[in-house]
Design a binder for this molecule. Sequence first.
Ligand code: DHB
Ligand code: FE
Length: 285
Amino acid sequence: MAKITASVYTSHVPAIGAAIDLKKTGEAYWQPLFAGYEPSKKWMAENTPDVIFLVYNDHATAFSLDIIPTFAIGCAAEFAPADEGWGPRPVPKVIGHPELAAHIAQSVIQDDFDLTIVNRMDVDHGLTVPLSLMCGEPQAWPCPVIPFAVNVVQYPVPSGRRCFMLGQAIRKAVESFDRDLEVQIWGTGGMSHQLQGPRAGLINREWDKAFLDRLIADPAGLAQVPHIEYVREAGSEGIELVMWLIARGAMSDVAGGPAPTVRHRFYHVPASNTAVGHLILENNQ
Ligand code: DHB
Ligand code: FE
C-alpha cells in the first residue's frame, strides 16, 4: 500500500524563485536564506519519494475571480509553469500522478470533502518555488507531483480546523491506494506577511515561532485557531499558513501513531516582504 513518509513545510516567496533563476543566491541578501535550505536539499536527495502531494495556493494565475475553488486537486498528466507576467519560470514542467490523484479524489470526496477536479492547469510560484528550494535546479523534477490548490486569496477561506481534517482524509486516501508508493505531503505558503494596505510589511516573529512550535507538538490545538487570528497576527497573506495544517493532519501521530521526528527547522526574516519558515517532519510509522 502507499504510505506518507514525511511532510515538508515551506514559504513560497516569488522573489526566491527569481533569485534562483537569475543566479543571485550567493548575494549577501539571499545567502542566509539559501543556506537554511542546504540540509533540505541533501535530505530530499537522500529521501526522494515516489510522489509529492503538494498543497499550495494559486495566486489568481490558473484561477481568477471567475471561478474560485476552495480545494482543487490536479489530476492531469502534467502541469506547465505559469506565466505570472514576466514569462514562465525556466523550471521543468511538473509531471503529475493521475492514478493516485484520481484515487485521492474518489476517497476524499466520499469522505465528505468537496474537491474540484482539475484536468488542465498551470502552476505558479506557490508550487514551483517550494520545488526549487527543496530540489535545486534539476533538468527534471525528481518525482511526480500532485498539485493541490487551496483558496487563501479570496474570502471566504477554509478554516485551519477543516484543513487539518482534510489532511486526515488525505492520509486515509493515500493508505488505501493499492501500490507500494512512498508519498511526501508538503504544506506551503506563509509565514507572516502582508502585501497590501496600511499594514503592508507586517512580520510577527513571536507568532511565527509559536506557530512552528505548535505545528510540531500541538497540531490539533493549533487547528482551532480562527482565521481572524492569522490575519490579525500574521497579516492578510499569513492566512496561507492554514495550508500547513493539511500536511500536518496527514501525519501518523494524528491517527494515533508515534510523534514525528523533526529533521530540520529553519526561520529567516526577510525574504522580500515575507518571514520564511521551514520544517521537515518524518513519520515514524
Ligand atoms: C510575496 C509573498 C507571497 O506569498 C506571494 O504570494 C507574493 C509575494 C512577497 O513576500 O513579496
Ligand atoms: Fe503567496
